[in-house]
Structure formats: C-alpha cells, structure tokens
Design a protein around this ligand. Structure first.
Ligand code: ZN
Length: 221
C-alpha cells in the first residue's frame, strides 16, 4: 500500500512504518510528503500542503500522522461526541484534515487520500516503553495531569529508551526501529495501554481494511 508518514522526526516515521505495515498486514511503500515537520505545531501547519501534494502529485492512498501530546489535553471518546476540542492535538489535526479534504478537487482515477492520526501520550518514547515499564500508560498520564504530579517525563523516557535525552538521529532511528519491531508483535498491549492515542490510529487503520475488504467483495459479486 502506498502511504506517506508524517511524524515529529524521521526516527518516529521509521517506527511508524513498521507498526503500520504490521497493523495493515501488508507491505508499505513509502511516498515522501512534500515537506518535513519537526515537532508541534509544524505538523499541523504543513498538513494541508502535504495532503494536497499527496493527492495532486503522487499515488499515495493514505497518510499517517502521529504527534506527541506533551502537556496538551489527552484525546478521549467524549471529544468524538462533543465535537472538536481545540486544546486536543488529535481533534485539532482531525479538524485540519476534514477541512483540507473537503476542498480537494477530484482527480480522475484517484480516490481522496485517507488519513489516520495517532497521538503519542506524552511522547512516542512512552510507546517504546510499553512491555518494559508497566507504569508508563495513558491512564497514568491522565491521572498525573489531574493531580499535577508526574511520575515520569519525556526527558526521562528518552533516557530510558536511548540512554540519553539528546540522542543523535542515528541512535534515535536505530532504537525506534528496534522497539517498533518488538511492539509489532504485541500491538494488543500497546492498544490496551494507550487506548486513546494509539487506539485512534489502529481503529482508523482497521476501518481502512474493512472498507478495502468490502470493496473487493462488491467487485467480486
Ligand atoms: Zn480530542
């Protein structure tokens, strides 16, 4: 499947390629986004240009976007029923995506690209600790935000994952790759521990597969 991946760093994108390929159960052929983002809010700001580029200039069928929540509001299912929560980065990205997709011109032979969004709480290194440190979960982070007492920080998670909170891109990519390979065999635990931010991503990707299956069944009958 031809996909583009937009994360906060090239290392994140290397990990996401492995996880997404496993979730979709098919090889991912990477399409380069037109622009690279480094952190929030750049991912949000370049997202419309990236989607337009993918639709008009490439054969990408989908785009994966994952950002860190850091100190922002954590997405939860009540946002889906209440509508867009501007302080939630997942809601904010969904709003930008919806607006951009609505204004795309149709291109003959091309479907509108699908977009799946994930929120790493509080940063993607928390996902890399899944299965190694049971204290690092969305539930723990949500409770910590309520109490204003944090049992871990992103810097601490980075040290645990890379051995330093300032890894080189080579080290960051190597470790991201290793942890993604490990997690790709335990996606259930990752979804269980990160049900909102990782859950949103995996549920969206599963819905793509259901749509693809139902389309192929229709064309067969
Ligand atoms: Zn939200």
């Amino acid at each position: 499947m031809k996909l583009a991946i937009l994360g906060e760093s090239a290392a994140d994108e290397a990990a996401l390629e492995i996880l997404v390929s496993k979730i979709l159960n098919r090889p991912v052929e990477l399409v380069q986004p037109s622009l690279r983002a480094r952190g929030w809010p750049y991912v949000r700001d370049i997202l419309p240009s990236v989607i337009k580029h993918l639709h008009y200039q490439t054969e990408a069928e989908g785009l994966i976007v994952v950002v860190d929540s850091n100190d922002s509001t954590i997405h939860d299912p009540s946002h889906d029923s209440e509508g867009h929560v501007p302080t939630c980065r997942l809601c904010e990205l969904r709003r930008v995506v919806k607006h951009t997709l609505q204004h795309l011109r149709s291109v003959e032979g091309r479907a509108i690209p699908r977009v799946a969004i994930g929120l790493a709480v509080p940063c993607i290194e928390a996902w890399y600790r899944c299965g190694k440190d049971p204290q690092v979960t969305e539930a723990v982070w949500i409770q910590a935000r309520k109490e204003g007492r944090f049992p871990y920080t992103c810097n601490g998670l980075k040290k645990a994952v890379y051995g330093t909170d300032r890894p080189s891109l080579t080290l960051e990519t190597q470790r991201a790759h290793e942890e993604a390979l490990r997690l790709s065999n335990n996606l259930d635990l990752l979804e269980q521990n990160f049900p909102n931010g990782f859950g949103a991503l995996i549920r969206e990707l599963h819905s793509w597969m259901h749509q693809a299956n139902s389309t192929s069944q229709e064309s067969e009958s």
